[in-house]
Design a protein around this ligand. Structure first.
Ligand code: NAD
Length: 362
C-alpha cells in the first residue's frame, strides 16, 4: 500500500494516542493476533486476510461456542492453550504469543472487551462502530491509554487506494475547493431475528452499521468535523424495525462551509456511493464501500481513479502492526471512533427533537 504524505494529516488527533513504551521490535517479527468473536466477519474476511498479512498472524481465538473452537483449531493450527471463552478471556494476559486483540463482537460488547483486552496488557483493534455511545468510546480510549497500548478502529476504507486517492483529490483541491458532498450506504437486511435489529446489541440500525461509512467518508474527504446536523427518519416496516432505525437522511454543515447530504437504510439495496462537487468539477466512487469492485469516476477525462483491488482487512491490520512494531501512533484510532459516535448521537438527537442540532465536542 502506498503511503502518501498528505495522509499524515488524516486524524490529526492520533497524536493523542499513546504509542506504548515498547522498544522497536526485531525486523521480520509477526505480531500475534487474537480474534474475539468468530462470526461472519472473522470467518470470511479477517482470518483469510490475516493469512495474507506481512506483519501479523492468527495466534489465539476467543469464542463462546465450543464447536467453533474445534473447527478453528483444526483449520488454523491453534493449540488448546490459545483457545479462550468469554469467562477465561482475561487469562490471555499471560499468553506471550498474543500482541493484539481484535474485537469482532456485536457493537454493545465492544466496550467491555476493549477494556478487558487493555487490562490484559495487549494492543486492541476494534470493529466499527467503536461502541454504542460517545461515553463508551471515552472510557475505551482511557483504558487503552492507561495500559500504554494502541487502539485501532476497523475503518477499512481508509486503507483502500480509491478512497485515499479521493482524499488526495479533495485535500489538494485538484477540482478546486470542495463545495458539496453526497453519500449513501444501505442494503435490504434479511433475518428479522439477528442482533443488528436489537437495540441493546446494535445500539441503532442502519446508521450505526452502514451509515457510518457515508459519515466517515464526508469526514475524511473534508478533513473537518461536522458542526451542525439535521436528520429525518422514515420507516416502512415498523414491526421489523421496531427497535432500530430503518432509513435516515441527514445533512451536515462543516466549518469551511462545505455542505453534505447523506442517507442510510436497511430497507433497500442500491445506495453505496459518495460524490464530491468542487468549484471546477466532480468526482466520486460508486460502488464505494464494498470489500472489492470499488469504482471511481471524475468529470475530467484526464483524471482517473483506478487502482488494483487490495484486501482492506489485510491493509489495515498490517498498518496497525507497522505502527506497533515501529512505535508510531496509529490512525484511525479511538478518537476517530469517538468523533463518529458524536455525529451519530447528534443525528439521533436531531430526529428526536425535530430540529437542527450542534455536534458535541469530544
Ligand atoms: P456476526 O453476527 O456474524 O458475528 C458476531 C459474533 O459474536 C458471533 O460469533 C457470535 O457468536 C458472537 N456473539 C457473542 N455474544 C453474542 C450475542 N449476545 N449476540 C450475538 N452474537 C454474539 O456479526 P459480524 O458481521 O461478524 O459483526 C461483528 C462486528 O463486526 C460488528 O461490530 C460489525 O459492525 C462489524 N463488522 C464490520 C465490517 C467491516 O466491513 N468492517 C463488516 C461486518 C461487520
Amino acid at each position: 500500500m502506498q503511503r502518501r504524505p498528505f495522509l499524515a494529516t488524516l486524524g490529526a488527533t492520533a497524536a493523542a494516542l499513546t504509542t506504548g513504551a515498547r522498544a522497536q521490535e526485531p525486523a521480520g517479527k509477526k505480531l500475534g493476533w487474537a480474534l474475539v468473536g468468530l462470526g461472519s466477519l472473522s470467518t470470511n474476511q479477517i482470518a483469510p486476510a490475516l493469512a495474507k498479512t506481512k506483519h501479523c498472524k492468527l495466534s489465539a481465538i476467543v469464542t463462546g461456542t465450543p464447536a467453533k473452537a474445534e473447527a478453528w483449531k483444526k483449520q488454523h493450527g491453534i493449540p488448546d492453550s490459545h483457545v479462550y471463552n468469554y469467562e477465561t478471556f482475561d487469562r490471555i494476559a499471560d499468553n506471550p504469543d498474543v500482541d493484539v486483540i481484535y474485537i469482532v463482537l456485536p457493537n454493545s460488547m465492544h466496550e467491555e472487551y476493549v477494556i478487558r483486552a487493555a487490562k490484559a496488557g495487549k494492543h486492541v483493534f476494534c470493529e466499527k462502530p467503536m461502541a454504542n455511545s460517545a461515553e463508551e468510546c471515552r472510557r475505551m480510549i482511557a483504558a487503552v491509554k492507561a495500559a500504554g497500548k494502541q487502539l485501532g478502529i476497523g475503518y477499512r476504507c481508509q486503507f483502500e487506494p480509491h478512497h485515499r486517492e479521493c482524499i488526495r483529490l479533495a485535500r489538494e483541491k485538484v477540482f478546486g475547493p470542495l463545495k458539496f458532498l453526497e453519500a449513501g450506504f444501505g442494503f435490504q437486511i434479511g433475518d428479522p431475528t439477528q442482533w443488528r435489529l436489537r437495540k441493546n446489541l446494535a445500539g441503532g440500525g442502519a446508521l450505526m452499521d452502514v451509515g457510518i461509512y457515508a459519515l466517515q467518508a464526508c469526514r475524511y474527504l473534508t478533513g473537518e468535523e461536522p458542526v451542525e446536523i439535521v436528520a429525518q427518519e422514515t420507516k416502512t416496516d415498523p414491526v421489523k424495525f421496531a427497535e432500530v432505525d430503518e432509513t435516515i437522511t441527514w445533512s451536515m454543515k462543516f466549518p469551511s462551509g462545505v455542505a453534505a447530504s447523506l442517507m442510510t437504510t436497511y430497507g433497500f439495496n442500491g445506495k453505496n456511493f459518495f460524490s464530491a462537487t468542487c468549484q471546477r468539477g466532480r468526482f466520486g466512487l460508486d460502488p464505494a464501500f464494498n470489500y472489492d469492485g470499488i469504482k471511481g469516476w471524475t468529470s475530467r477525462p484526464d483524471v482517473k481513479i483506478q487502482f488494483p483491488a487490495v484486501d482492506h482487512f489485510q491493509a489495515e491490520m498490517d498498518a496497525f502492526a507497522d505502527a506497533i512494531l515501529n512505535n508510531k501512533p496509529f490512525t484511525p484510532g479511538g478518537e476517530e471512533g469517538l468523533r463518529d459516535l458524536l455525529a451519530i448521537e447528534a443525528i439521533y438527537r436531531s430526529i428526536r427533537e425535530g430540529k437542527a442540532v450542534k455536534v458535541e465536542a469530544p
